[in-house]
Design a protein around this ligand. Structure first.
Ligand code: NAD
Ligand code: DAU
Length: 360
């Protein structure tokens, strides 16, 4: 039985991954979820599984090496899946330091604690113990509008403080693999969407604002392109890479689903109109007139697009959820979880939202 240490499991992708893993493996795995519970971490995301005997939660900061080494000392953890990070580009532009702290220093602590716990007397590592570092396509920089893809061999060229800090964390993982033969993989994934995504990110923000008749802020000309992947497909890719990937390799994960931001917004509006019955009072709020062009994000990357050829040919993973289906599932989830949205948008998020958008 594998014992997983999942960092950042109370966040968007981490919580979807934990749900996916229990759906797939049931009682045949153990998961220890370590999360600091920043504004983005929410234990409500895990309420259906929190009482499982094979799940436990530890509130800790990944930068706290005593807390992390104590977790490794308590159990023979043979799988680490490292999600914990500051993840929002706009916040990194406002306050880069916490991104360096969590994403770079926190990853160094995770690597060091795993290395210490897994090193045998002869200097080799315990067999079949593996670390998977979850990273982003943003480390590769920006593509031209008219072509090209990110491959695993594409040189790193991050632009935002967020992507620079993720690039730094990837480089640390690569350094551990090269220097110590530390057993790890890196995945670089494109934009995710789906249940439990915090509404600072484009898709949940647009769904939430449209239902309330609030402005839909479009940065710049709205023609920046992202490659959208349904979050459960990402969770599956992570598990497949960890179990079937070649150690020390990087795998790009992407949806082959490039869309301009403005197209995404129109798809959401059309889908909301289609899904909301005439009798639902929120239907009257949903209008194209809400679309509002605002000041562009500083250093806004123009286009991201992943070539997921390697993960397909070596491991057999491909995206399964078409965007039209994934966005309906996502909207349905938000309809059924209004309380979740109310809870995460109250308090501090409201303050953040007002300050972020008041001067745009
Ligand atoms: P998120 O912001 O929703 O969740 C991050 C989680 O990490 C939260 O639960 C938070 O409480 C926790 N955390 C933050 N700082 C911590 C610390 N110092 N110690 C312990 N826990 C801490 O992020 P997400 O969108 O779920 O992204 C997860 C990972 O996937 C990140 O590493 C991100 O870079 C990467 N990624 C995200 C996307 C995307 O589209 N969201 C795409 C590719 C890669
Ligand atoms: O590519 C993977 C990355 O995707 C992850 O590594 C990041 O953690 C994740 O946050 C995401 O980054 P983006 O910056 O691409 O996602 P975001 O949802 O913030 O923005 C998507 C696009 O929409 C981007 O071009 C900016 C634009 N946008 C965003 C917001 C929040 C708007 O036009 N208006 C908005 O209000």
């Amino acid at each position: 039985m594998h014992t997983y240490l999942v960092t950042g499991g109370a966040g968007f992708i981490g919580s979807n991954y934990i749900h996916y893993m229990f759906k797939k493996y049931g009682d045949d795995i153990r998961i220890i979820n370590v999360d600091k519970l920043t504004y983005a971490g929410n234990l409500e995301n895990l309420k259906d599984i929190e009482n499982r005997a094979n799940y436990s939660f530890v509130r800790a900061d990944i930068c706290d090496k005593d807390a992390i080494s104590a977790i490794f000392a308590k159990d023979d953890i043979d799988r680490v899946v490292h999600f914990a990070a500051e993840s929002h580009v706009d916040r990194s532009i406002e306050n880069p330091e916490v991104f360096v702290q969590t994403n770079v220093i926190g990853t160094a602590v995770m690597l060091n604690c795993a290395k210490a716990a897994w090193t045998l007397e002869d200097g080799t590592f315990k067999p079949d113990h593996k670390f998977l570092h979850v990273s982003t396509d943003e480390v590769y920089g920006s593509l031209e509008e008219d072509g090209g893809y990110f491959y695993e061999t594409t040189p790193y060229a991050p632009h935002s403080p967020y992507s620079a800090s993720k690039a730094g964390s990837d480089m640390l993982v690569k350094a551990y693999m090269d220097t110590y033969k530390f057993p790890a993989n890196i995945t670089n994934c494109s934009n995710n969407y789906g249940p439990f995504q915090f509404p600072e990110k484009l898709i949940p923000l647009i769904i939430n604002n449209a239902l309330q008749g609030k402005k839909l802020p479009v940065y710049g000309d709205g023609k920046n392109v992202r490659d959208w992947l349904y979050v459960e497909d990402h969770a599956k890719a992570i598990d497949m890479v960890q179990e079937q990937g070649k150690l020390f390799e990087t795998y790009n994960v992407g949806g082959h689903n490039e869309k301009q931001n403005i197209e995404i917004i129109h798809i959401i509006l059309d889908t909301l109109r289609d899904m909301l019955p005439e009798s639902d009072p929120r239907r009257a709020n949903v209008s194209d007139d809400l679309i509002t062009y605002v000041t562009d994000r500083k250093g806004h990357d123009r286009r991201y697009a992943i070539a997921p050829d390697k993960i397909k040919s070596e491991i057999g993973w491909e995206p399964e959820t078409m965007f039209a289906e994934g966005i309906r599932k996502t909207i349905k989830w938000f309809f059924e979880n209004e309380e979740w949205m109310k809870n995460v948008t109250s308090g501090d998020y409201e303050k953040y939202y007002d300050s972020m958008y008041s001067n745009r």
